[in-house]
Design a protein around this ligand. Structure first.
Ligand SMILES: Nc1ncnc2c1ncn2[C@@H]1O[C@H](COP(=O)(O)OP(=O)(O)OP(=O)(O)O)[C@@H](O)[C@H]1O
Ligand code: SF4
Ligand SMILES: [Mg+2]
Length: 360
């Protein structure tokens, strides 16, 4: 195994990376069991139609680890992170925080919100332009930690120092528009830390930032994993940055997890044809738009997803069984599983991928 490098296009593309060890033993900070989300849609007279945005997903977020969720646009990544924050209610499935099922009362929800924090893609809209940085940091401190008034200033500055906005005095009385995009995203992270969360969910946190400052924000998440022992979910289109930052990679396709495992292993030896196609489109973090895998059609409608393996209409290796029966998650390597019939000894591999099947 080679040590992951900084994704090309980020500053300091050759900074050596620590390879993180295997999953920590013990109870994960957050666990999702069989999460499913179907959004109802109303199409003329056709009722009872739903978007199968997230289908039966189970994952664990151990403390002091980064788990990356990668997949094309529309694969359900944001729906999954919104389910994990409880911003939306699952159709079915459950969440466990530190091994305990999460209650549904208003009190349980409030407690959950202070433990699981979402950082959004857009640092421009996530901060209120009319308020200074001090306001954005002191507000959650007052709500969740209720410090003495004299302590507030020091606590807010401590948060800025934690996200390397140092010296804090230089930033605390600025307005959001006076900061760069990367600095604003750091403030958004600092605001999340105000409530001392156990889990940070970062949905495409660098995709709207200038390429030159993306690496700094990724490294900040890396530091917070270690220093604050946060369980971090990093949602991205970019499998190269997932390899760089994450301990574990979870690959989503059309609302389902198709492969998961240690980041280096998944990117060195992907078992699922979809992961292989994603990797053939990487690395290119300079890309502004999401990866579109050309040559084998587009992602399916999630209102009427394909039968069997949802990837079968695009899969260069599809076999008759693939359109009939959904493959189970099968072992593909140490701690690596993939939902693909090719891993089953009962099914013979199909032909090699056709020329031109690779992604753009
Ligand atoms: N509130 C909603 N009502 C109906 N459908 C929705 C709703 N929210 C999301 N969807 C659908 O669920 C599917 C998954 O969307 P989601 O935003 O989770 O994908 P994503 O992987 O985050 O995509 P992107 O990479 O573009 O952000 C899409 O088909 C989307 O249109
Ligand atoms: S189950 Fe079949 S269609 Fe799905 S990825 Fe594997 S080979 Fe391709
Ligand atoms: Mg999204």
């Amino acid at each position: 195994m080679t040590a992951p490098q900084a994704p090309a296009g980020t500053a300091a593309a050759t900074i050596p990376r620590v390879v993180h060890g295997p999953k920590r033993p013990g109870v994960p900070a957050l666990e999702a069991r069989n999460l499913t989300k179907h959004f109802p849609v109303h199409e003329g007279l056709r009722r009872n139609r739903v978007v199968h945005a997230v289908e039966d997903i189970s994952l664990v977020l151990p403390e002091a680890t980064v788990t990356a969720v990668v997949g094309e646009s529309g694969s359900g990544k944001s729906t999954l992170s919104r389910l994990l924050t409880q911003l939306i209610t699952p159709t079915s499935g459950e969440l466990l925080l530190d091994g305990e099922p999460v209650g549904r009362s208003a009190r349980a929800r409030r407690a959950y919100t202070s433990q699981v924090h979402l950082v959004l893609q857009d640092p421009f809209s996530s901060l209120n332009a009319v308020h200074r940085i001090r306001y954005h940091l002191e507000r959650p401190l007052k709500l969740h930690r209720k410090p003495a008034k004299a302590e507030l200033d020091a606590l807010a500055k401590e948060l800025l120092e934690k996200v390397s906005l140092s010296p804090a005095d230089r930033y605390i009385d600025k307005f959001p528009h006076e900061l760069s995009g990367g600095q604003r995203q750091r403030v958004a992270v600092a605001r999340g830390l105000a409530v001392r969360p156990r889990v940070l969910l970062a949905d495409e946190p660098v995709s709207m930032l200038d390429v030159s400052i993306r690496l700094g924000v990724l490294n900040l998440l890396d530091e917070l994993r270690e220093r604050e022992r946060l369980a971090i979910l990093y949602v991205t289109h970019d499998i190269a940055s997932a390899r760089y930052l994450a301990d574990t990679v979870v690959v989503m396709y059309a609302g389902e997890v198709v492969e998961s495992g240690p980041a280096v292993q998944i990117t060195d030896a992907p078992a699922h044809p979809y992961t292989q196609l994603l990797l053939s489109a990487a690395p290119d973090p300079d890309r502004d738009r999401p990866v579109v895998l050309r040559g084998r059609g587009a992602p399916p409608s999630l209102i009427d997803p394909p039968s069997g393996c949802r990837f079968h209409p695009r899969c260069p290796l599809a076999m008759p069984v693939c359109s009939q029966t959904a493959p189970p998650a099968l072992p593909a390597g140490p701690d690596q599983v993939a939902s693909c019939w090719l891993l089953s000894p009962d099914h013979r591999p199909g032909p090699r991928p056709a020329e031109g099947a690779a992604a753009e």
